[in-house]
Structure formats: C-alpha cells, structure tokens
Write a protein that binds this ligand. Structure first.
Ligand code: NAP
Length: 298
C-alpha cells in the first residue's frame, strides 16, 4: 500500500456486497489491508469466515451501503447488481460504487448512467484473476470511469492487486475483459487441440506443456509487432506471408484428419485465411487477418 494520503483516509472503510468465491477473496484482501471492511451477502453463512477474521457483518445490503463511502460489488451478473443496489440508490448518493461483477459494455454504460442519475460515483471493473491470486501483484484488476473517481479509490483498491485505469468510457472494462478472456480461450483451445494430436503419438500433455509454454511466450512478440501494423493499416510481411501460414495450416488440418482428432478449429482458421487470401492479402503479414475479424462472417 502507498503511504497514507487524503484518498487513503477518505476510503479507509470499504463495504463488500456479494461474498461468492470472488467476493470472499476481495473482502479477505481488504481485511489484510488497513481498510475497515464491512461485508454483506444474501446467504449470510458465507460471511462467517470473514467475520472471524475481523470483518464487520452488515445485516442487510442497506446496512453495508451505510457503513462505508466505498462500496465494492461482486455478484453473479448485472441483474443481480440492480436487484440489490437499485432500491438503495438514495442511500448511495455521494458514495463510490465499484462494480467488479462481470458483464458486457452495454450493461456497464447503462449502469453508469443509472449511477450518474442518482449522484453516485461509479467505476466499472473487471477482474483478470482467480480468487486465490486476489491480494497479490499477480491479480490484474481493470477499472473504467472518471479518472478522479479512480484516483480517489485507488489506494484502497490497491489491496486487491494491480489496479489499471483504462479510461473514462465505462464500457471499457467489460470490453477488455472479454477481449482478454478470448485470448485465454484461443490459447487454451489450441493447446488442447495440440495435446490431442500429440496424444495419438503417445506424448503426454505434461511433456508437451513446456514447449507449448515457450511457444506461447514467443507468440507474444508477434502480438507486439502486429499491433503496430493493425493501428497503421499496413501489413508488410517482415516474417512470413499469409500464403506461408496457409501452407502450414493445411498440414495441421491434414494431421487432424489423419489422426482422427477434431478438425473444427484448424478448419475454421483455414476458412478465415482462405478469405483473407481471396481478398488479396496473400502476400501480407498475418496482421492483415484483422480484416476477417472486423467483417461479420458471410
Ligand atoms: P459465485 O461464487 O457464484 O457468487 C455469486 C454471488 O452473487 C453470491 O454472493 C450470490 O449470493 C450473489 N447473488 C447472485 N444473485 C443474487 C441476487 N439476485 N441477489 C443477491 N445476491 C445475489 O460467483 P463468483 O465466482 O464469486 O463470481 C462473482 C462475479 O465475479 C461474477 O460476475 C464472475 O464472472 C466474476 N469473476 C469471477 C472470477 C472467479 O474466478 N470466480 C474471476 C473473475 C471474475 P448467494 O451466496 O446468496 O447465492
């Protein structure tokens, strides 16, 4: 934690609304910091371990809101958020609500409008971590909303992990959330497909894993290089052309067919690549594939 500042003092008390797996981890991390932590959950038994560690139990969501200027909410979805918080809009006036519930950007912006109408300072957030990592520097938490609201809450929120302010558009946290999760599923699905392929040659997944991890690390260099090309709209092939990618992609598809492993994933990637080539991108870098993602599938 940073040294005490006015913002620390202002937000030295925090209420956590929602004590599911993630909410319990969030409250535990606040407890481990200097913040006075009040907790509330619809099913009160989930508060017991936290109360034993020093959390103050609120007997209602209204009492939790009353207890602190900063209210951190982590519920299943935005419907649950509104079911719990909307009736408390008047009590929340002048307070800060940080919503760490997962959702989509429309819901985030709509919730921000609701908060604004009721004089509530609002940050929409996303948690790029699992509960055991919360409270460590390895937990990345993303926040979107007014900069001054973030600045005032940052010292308290730092107890949860590395806090990143994305910008003033409240939809950004949800958008980054799904964009980053999409990367996770893309990498994991490719790893699982590769593991299934290697299994046909009696190679264990744990034998494949170190090379897979090293390769995932190498791919991060492509991301950095291609990001600049995407932003500039120019895709010079300094490494390999899309044509070259296609040739090896065909090998992946062939190996999958020959070994009886699922072909959906390589067939889908090849379909996008065929489309890029048909649109004249054969000699460009793989970054030109961005156009296939911008365009809805025909
Ligand atoms: P969870 O264990 O299923 O907890 C859900 C929480 O929402 C519980 O506190 C539940 O209360 C409460 N809830 C649901 N509907 C409610 C309603 N209508 N009124 C009052 N309370 C209600 O889920 P979780 O893992 O903590 O996840 C919570 C949020 O964090 C989700 O949006 C999730 O996507 C996000 N998240 C989770 C992780 C993770 O690894 N777990 C990682 C990143 C983000 P009861 O206990 O009474 O049912």
């Amino acid at each position: 934690m940073n040294s005490t500042t006015q913002a620390d003092t202002q937000h030295a008390a925090v209420s956590v609304v929602g004590l599911g797996l993630m909410g319990q981890a969030l409250a535990g991390a606040f407890l481990g910091s200097e913040a006075r932590t009040t907790v509330w959950n619809r099913s009160p038994e989930k508060a017991e371990a936290l109360v034993a560690k020093g959390a103050v139990l609120a007997t209602s969501a209204a009492a939790a809101v009353e207890a602190a200027p900063l209210v951190v909410v982590c519920l299943t979805d935005y419907d649950a958020f509104h079911a719990v918080l909307n009736p408390l809009a008047d009590a929340l006036r002048g307070k800060t609500v940080v919503n760490l519930t997962s959702g989509h950007s429309d819901g985030s912006r709509e919730t921000a409008r609701w908060a604004d109408e009721h004089g509530i300072a609002y940050l929409d957030g996303a948690i790029m971590a699992i509960p055991p990592v919360i409270g460590t520097e390895h937990a990345t938490l993303l926040y979107a909303g007014a900069r001054d609201v973030f600045d005032a809450a940052e010292a308290t929120l730092a107890a949860l992990g590395t806090a990143t302010h994305l910008g003033e558009d409240h939809g950004l946290a949800s958008l980054y959330d799904v964009a980053l999760l999409g990367i996770m599923w893309g990498v994991l699905n490719s790893f699982l497909h590769g593991a299934a392929l290697l299994e046909t040659a009696q190679v264990k997944a744990s034998t494949f894993a170190p090379l897979a991890n090293a390769w995932i690390g190498a791919v991060t260099n492509f991301v950095s290089a291609y990001a600049g090309q995407i932003d500039e709209g120019s895709y010079p092939a300094h490494d390999a052309t899309i044509d070259t990618h296609l040739a090896t992609m065909v090998h992946l598809l062939h190996e999958s067919e020959a070994t009886g492993v699922g072909t959906e994933l390589p067939a889908f990637v090849k379909q996008l690549t065929d489309r890029a080539i048909a649109s004249g991108r054969a000699g460009d870098s793989y970054a030109a594939m961005i156009e296939q993602f911008r365009k809805p599938t025909a």
